[in-house]
Design a protein around this ligand. Sequence first.
Ligand code: ZN
Length: 217
Amino acid sequence: MKDIARFLSGFKSFQRTYFCEDNELFANLNEAQHPKVLVIACSDSRVDPALLLGVEPGDIFVVRNVANLVPPYETSPGRHGVSAALEYAVKILKVEHVIVLGHSCCGGIEALMAPDREALGEFIAPWVTIAEPALRGVADTLTHKNGELRQRACEQASVLISLENLLTFPWLRDRVANGGVYLHGWYFDMRKGELLSYLPETGSFEPLVPRCDMSSK
Ligand SMILES: [Zn+2]
């Protein structure tokens, strides 16, 4: 119950900022939301995009799931939660940027890499197979590397798989082709506290916001 009490206190603080003081934000947001950015992030408790990016309510439309994965475009009957959110963001909200935000120490990618993956549960294993091509690529090129480096490579490669899968949605592919939507592959390194971005020119993730220089403090 201690956590719940903390949440109520947190909501009171939020309420003070946006509803008790002279703040017009929600008066406008009640009419409609106009986020320009869709963020696809992991469900992991350490990688909340709103906290990481310091945004206000209404700034980002967010999909979170295990390992920040985007399944390919499929029209088979089913409950396609990620695809529904993507459709809403792209077709209705007309976002201009889609950011796939991966991260270090990802339990979902660890599950993907686990030799006994099937034993992890009835939903996790089939879900993370979306990133199986990333796993195969890492297994082919990094057989000699240690586990942490292999996992990092797999986490980053899975961001690229999600970016590729985004382009299998025909209405998104069209918007990307005509410059209406930009795709971004980002990676939060929580060990170093830095934000990386995938650069197609180098084929690697490079610091977008480098780690703090503690020596200058
Ligand atoms: Zn994760």
